[in-house]
Design a protein around this ligand. Structure first.
Ligand code: SF4
Length: 363
């Protein structure tokens, strides 16, 4: 498809770094990240959440390290996690260094909160010694005081100056296994900041809209902000930040990547909004299918359509589709009618056909 190859062609060339076994930048797929929101001292709960995130397709997960006790927990979390762990540190360079020593695969620090230039440099040197990647995370809420004074407010230019200052310091220390993020809760500031920064550096960019909001508002903000950046070829790894179960962050990230043809994972569910013509309960069936297929990573296009107006057309275009009819539903596979079913058996029969489809390796 021309539109998809145009997006791929626009992708900015960046250096490749690795976080554990996940490559970021260069030609690597855009990786999806999330962050646990369990009590980090609770290894069982945190690893449990990480496994759910990994099951949803999360490539890398960040865990907050607020105190010494968490460093101990981190040793165990790293040993049992199925995906690489990034320790998220603020205000305490010693915690960053201890986390690196505990075996984390990457570290995220913010030059504005780590406690000054010397402490920032100490953490970078330690990460370099252990050969792990550092995310330098610039945040509009915690810019260095002199930069904030000079720009008066956390503008895109101010964020970029903070990032470039950090990059200069990292390069002076020979620490080049780095990626950068510039986060603001303002979508336009974030977009402008990443655009400016991507013209100036070749390090991979971690993109995200910080403090984006709840499930709906955060999804919309992230889809607009990250979608624009990705369509312009900017971004090597991403996190959708939501005030919700982090598994939703991963699902939303994949939906954004899917829309742009950048990475396809799991089912794409096409459902009509329904109207007065509907013959079947599209909302209930589509939601149930989405829930029952949430563990599936095979790319498969599933359509659920309410009636014969657009139903047969969309259902035929999908890998597998259901269109409502007077007597119940009609199931299509690759455009061919394979079954007609009554209302009471429709959901189960459709799900059986979907299961047979993805288990049969028809992707
Ligand atoms: S497919 Fe039918 S039920 Fe669905 S929105 Fe279109 S006309 Fe309405």
């Amino acid at each position: 498809m021309q539109e998809i190859s145009d997006v791929l062609k626009r992708r900015k060339k960046t250096h490749t770094i690795s976080v554990g076994n996940v490559l970021i930048g260069g030609n690597a797929p855009i990786s999806v990240q999330s962050m646990t929101n369990t009590d980090p001292h609770n290894v069982y709960a945190t690893v449990g959440q990480i496994k759910k995130l990994a099951g949803a397709g999360c490539d890398i997960v960040r865990v907050a390290v607020p105190d010494e006790a968490t460093v101990e927990a981190m040793r165990k979390i790293v040993r049992t996690s199925p995906i690489p762990i990034i320790a998220d540190i603020h205000f305490n360079d010693k915690l960053a260094i201890k986390s690196i020593e505990a075996g984390v695969h990457g570290i995220r620090i913010n030059p504005g909160t780590i406690g000054g230039k010397k402490r920032f440099a100490d953490v970078l040197m330690c990460a370099k010694d252990y050969g792990i990647a550092v995310r330098i995370g610039i945040n509009a809420g915690s810019l260095e005081k002199d930069i904030l004074r000079a720009y008066m407010h956390p503008s895109a230019e101010a964020l970029v100056e903070s990032a470039l200052r950090a990059v200069e310091e990292a390069e002076r220390l020979g620490c080049i296994n780095i990626k950068l993020s510039l986060k603001s809760s303002n979508v336009l500031t974030t977009i402008k900041g990443y655009r400016l920064l991507s013209r100036k550096i070749r390090y991979p960019l971690h993109i995200g809209i910080t403090e984006a909001g709840t499930l709906i508002s955060g999804t919309v903000k992230s889809a607009v902000g990250l979608g624009i950046l990705l369509a312009e070829g900017i971004g090597d790894t991403m996190r959708v930040s939501l005030a919700a179960d982090p598994v939703h962050e991963v699902r939303v990230a994949y939906e954004i990547l899917r829309c742009l043809g950048l990475r396809i994972r799991g089912p794409e569910i096409i459902a009509c909004p329904t109207c007065g013509r509907k013959k079947i309960d599209v909302v209930r069936i589509a939601s149930a299918i989405e829930r029952r297929c949430s563990h599936v990573d095979v790319p498969i296009k599933i359509a659920v359509m309410g009636c014969e107006v657009n139903g047969p057309g969309e259902a035929k275009e999908a890998d597998i589709g259901l269109a409502g009819s007077l007597k119940g539903g009609v199931i299509f596979k690759k455009g061919i009618i394979v079954k007609r079913c009554t209302h009471d058996r429709m959901l189960n029969e459709f799900m059986n056909e979907i299961r047979a489809y993805y288990q049969g390796g028809h992707s």
